[in-house]
Design a protein around this ligand. Structure first.
Ligand SMILES: NC(=O)c1ccc[n+]([C@@H]2O[C@H](COP(=O)([O-])OP(=O)(O)OC[C@H]3O[C@@H](n4cnc5c(N)ncnc54)[C@H](O)[C@@H]3O)[C@@H](O)[C@H]2O)c1
Length: 311
């Protein structure tokens, strides 16, 4: 699939990763349609406001345009929310994904890039997480993403809709003011003069991948025929929460009090990924944590306090 002159449907295109996908694919010459529960900040973007679990919404997405590719980002994205609301999580992440796949199949779409997660695998059983690790999700979030991957496996095999499940680690980057993940929480606490709470003892390790590296993976999944099935996308370097706090302090020059609260339910004990398969497919992370967080801080430093206060 060639992006220039193509039409791509982006579910969840008004969100953190979605806005960057929309911008990048538009710059590459694609016509974009977004489907999302909320409006896109750019009024020039073609948006269908609705729920992907609603058949009428999906029908509207495909009825008057020939869609060549789909980027599927819309989801209940919070692990904690998925534990509190498993039914909504199922409806959005499984029933909604199935609705979308049906719409794509009927419309003859060629390629679909899906934002999955390494949380489909659960606790590590080897030194690094690879695509080959057995699926053993620990939360409704991980389980419903795994279910989405299974549906896609079938649609790839039976209907020739080439689906790639991009298993993301923790994503950070510009435009994450509405997020509640660690980098955004640290930025907010610096700008608002608050203390930072570490969940648990802070020794838990995570991999952090920049949103523009994620956009590059999404683009490859749409355009490169070799991309299909699960692909682990992470920087390949893991940091403990204590390391992240120390690096953010060093990069920003900010001092802030740090305390410890209870560990959160459903947290993966460790995330250390092997991105070797993605590298074989031509993807390489361009951002190390220091460079990426410097860019995030440059953005947050200049925000007015209203912008820094969300959510
Ligand atoms: N951000 C991360 O660290 C991370 C890590 C792994 C996987 N992912 C996945 O990447 C995708 C995008 O994540 P994000 O960080 O941009 O999240 P986000 O919450 O910023 O964006 C998600 C968007 O989906 C929309 N949406 C939610 N439910 C919907 C529904 N039923 N119908 C239509 N639209 C709906 C929301 O309104 C929002 O605009 C998600 O699928 C998420 O699970 C993200």
């Amino acid at each position: 699939m060639n992006l220039a002159g193509s039409t791509v449907l982006v579910t969840g295109g008004s969100g953190f990763i979605g806005r960057q996908v929309v911008r990048s694919l538009t710059e590459a010459g694609a016509r974009i349609r977004v489907v999302d529960l909320v409006a896109h900040p750019d009024p020039g973007v073609d948006v269908i406001i609705g729920d992907i679990a609603d058949p009428a919404t999906i029908e509207r997405c495909f009825e008057d345009l020939t869609i060549d590719g789909v980027v599927h980002l819309a989801a209940v994205t919070s692990v904690l929310k998925s534990i509190e609301q498993p039914e909504l999580t199922y409806q959005t992440n499984v029933a909604g994904t199935h609705r979308l796949l049906e719409g794509a199949r009927e419309a003859g779409v060629g390629a679909l890039a899906f934002a999955s997660t390494n949380a489909v695998t659960g606790p590590m059983t080897a030194p690094k997480i690879t695509e080959g690790q057995r699926l053993a999700p620990m939360t409704p979030y991980g389980a419903t993403k795994a279910a989405g991957e299974m549906l896609m496996s079938a649609y790839t095999e039976v209907y020739g809709l080439r689906c790639t499940a991009i298993r993301l680690t923790n994503v950070y980057g510009p435009g994450m003011q509405a997020k509640d993940s660690i980098v955004a929480r640290l930025m907010r606490c610096i700008r608002l003069g608050r203390s930072f709470e570490i969940y648990g003892d802070g020794s838990q390790v995570r991999d952090y991948v920049h949103s523009l590296d994620v956009v590059a993976a999404v683009t490859a999944a749409l355009t490169d025929e070799r991309w299909s099935g699960p692909v682990v996308i992470g920087s390949g370097t893991s940091l403990s929460v204590l390391d992240v706090v120390a690096q953010v302090k060093a990069i920003t020059g900010a001092e802030f009090p740090v305390g410890h609260g209870p560990a959160k339910a459903g947290e993966m004990p460790a995330v250390i990924v092997d991105n070797g398969h993605a590298r074989v497919l031509g993807w390489t992370p361009r951002y190390d944590f220091r460079t990426g967080v410097q860019g995030v801080w440059d953005e947050w430093r200049d925000l007015d306090l209203g912008g820094a206060c969300a959510p």
